[in-house]
Design a protein around this ligand. Structure first.
Ligand code: NAD
Length: 481
């Protein structure tokens, strides 16, 4: 992308200006399918972070966005959506290369990002307070105000759409935003800066900084200047950020990991189950927070489901994302070796490898699609997030046991139920500890459906109208007439 990569370097978008790191530090951005370096990305310096914070504060206090007529803010959001759509082809190619995901999925991220701006743009003039009756001598009402500076830390698995998921509602509500992009694939997110620029977003309202999590990310969330933290990523990082947020008592939103389970009841439509397995655990090479990582199957259908899962896994095409295969590489060598060590652990715990179980001997960080059978519900492999194309199959004897196994982790992001019996589905959904329950289709739902976890999967909700209220706080005005 000509405007983004200059002299093989991608810069930071700092308060409306493209800047190299003042310290000259860069990181290589690698193609996980080939291990070739695509280009360098500048690491934002401390000075750039300061400039981003100053720009965000100035723009917020000036009221350039928050005091803009809401209908005009909605138009600005629509303009951003239009500019993001113009990036779909070029940006998608870059995202495909740096993240390893398929070209179609990478393009879909840009489309989804644009859709977030349209969705929340449509709500920008509907952020309404209420009036509270206190009797004839008083008038009392609430207004919903933006927080100020929203610091947003984004992971590498869906960098463009997750950035838009938080940025769009924050801007619709009138906040200024500083994004810390993921160091493994910062290019797609950086290209959002082009869209913001071209849509004439006022300078300072958004900065996009690339940096190492424990360095720049930690400095951003520790800053006394920020008014809110939005974090999407792993549990240990979330815990570190919450400890830091506690120092300045900064309100935080945590979208963390998962170990989500689907229950297959005896009357389930097995075609629907297998479709959902394909999408649920092999999409994005299983690097999805809400991946279907455990399949809890009734004993009477267990062998049939296991056979079908193995056939599915062995039929998947595996290739560079540019060729739109079924399965793409893992983002990095470190992440791949983490997955392999979890498989070794699983074997020592008695899990059987029905297929896969190791990396693929070729250039790039490819992991064979893996089905683990007879996994013990309390074993580590059934408890810890793997973040790869690895499905754990666990048999159950009765409904009570199925729910108990599904709820038996520290996480609670999503869950699934496969049955034709809607009464059973509703009853199971009520008992499952998860922020969202899918019935008969993994990932049913969409932009309008609130998403978020319970337990160690985090708190607060993204997506839907509900998410908008994460980005405002209530002020009450009580008047004695
Ligand atoms: P990660 O926690 O390693 O990193 C996430 C982001 O945090 C990166 O930008 C990283 O640079 C930054 N970071 C790291 N240390 C930091 C620190 N001390 N202070 C501030 N920022 C810091 O997670 P990851 O490996 O990039 O992403 C995978 C994880 O994200 C998985 O656990 C996955 O389940 C989770 N995730 C959750 C959701 C959700 O919506 N619930 C969505 C996507 C991913």
């Amino acid at each position: 992308m000509k405007d983004l990569i200059q002299n093989n370097l991608v810069c930071n978008y700092v308060a409306g200006t493209w800047k190299e790191g003042d310290n000259g530090q860069t990181i290589d951005v690698e193609d996980p399918a080939t291990e070739q370096v695509i280009c360098q990305c500048a690491l934002a310096s401390d000075e750039s972070l300061d400039l981003a914070l100053i720009g965000a504060r100035k723009s917020f206090e000036s009221g350039v966005l928050k005091d803009m007529k809401p209908a005009m803010r909605a138009k600005l959001m629509a303009n951003i959506a239009t500019e993001i759509r113009r990036l779909v082809d070029e940006g998608g190619k870059l995202l495909c290369q740096e993240s390893g995901k398929t070209l179609d999925d990478a393009k879909a991220e840009f489309i989804e990002a644009a859709d977030y701006f349209d969705y929340y743009g449509g709500l920008a003039d509907k952020i309404e307070g209420k009036s509270i009756p206190l009797g004839p001598d008083y008038v009392d009402y609430t207004i919903l105000e933006p927080y100020g500076i929203s610091a947003q830390i984004i992971p590498w698995n869906f960098p463009v759409s997750l950035a838009a998921r938080s940025l769009a509602p924050a801007l619709a509500a009138g906040n200024s935003v500083i994004i810390k992009s993921p160091e493994l694939d910062p290019l797609g997110i950086a290209s959002l800066g082009l869209a913001l620029d071209r849509a004439n977003v006022p300078k300072g309202v958004v900065s996009i900084l690339n940096g190492i999590g424990g360095d720049l990310g930690a400095k951003l969330v520790a800053s006394k200047e920020i008014d809110q933290i939005v974090f999407t990523g792993s549990v240990p990082t979330g815990q570190a950020i919450l400890r830091s947020a506690a120092n300045e008592v900064v309100p935080s939103l945590m979208e963390l990991g998962g170990k989500s389970a689907a229950i297959v009841y005896p009357d389930a439509d097995i075609e629907e189950v297998i479709d959902s397995v394909k999408w649920g655990i092999f999409f994005n090479a299983g690097q999805v927070c809400s991946a279907m990582s455990r399949l809890i199957v009734c004993e009477e259908r267990y062998d049939e489901v296991l056979d079908r899962c193995v056939n599915l896994a062995e039929s998947l095409t595996i290739d560079h994302g540019i060729n739109n295969p079924d399965l793409t590489p893992i983002i990095s060598a470190n992440q791949l070796s983490d997955i392999e060590s979890k498989i070794t652990q699983a074997k020592s715990e008695g899990a059987e490898i029905a297929t896969g179980g190791s990396s693929i001997d070729c250039p790039g960080h490819f992991m064979a699609p893996t089905i683990l059978s007879n996994v013990k519900p309390n074993s580590r492999v059934a408890q810890e997030e793997i973040f790869g194309p690895v499905l754990c199959l666990i048999p159950f004897a009765d409904n009570e046991e199925a729910i108990k196994i599904a709820n038996n982790t520290e996480f609670g992001l999503v869950a699934g139920v496969f049955t034709k019996n809607l009464s059973l589905a509703h009853q199971a959904a009520a008992k499952l500890k998860a922020g969202q329950v899918f019935v008969n289709e993994w990932y049913a739902g969409g932009m309008a459906t609130p998403f978020g976890g319970i337990g160690k999967s985090g708190f607060g909700r993204e997506k839907g109208v509900e998410a908008l209220y994460n980005y405002v706080r209530t002020k009450n005005i009580a008047i004695k007439l």
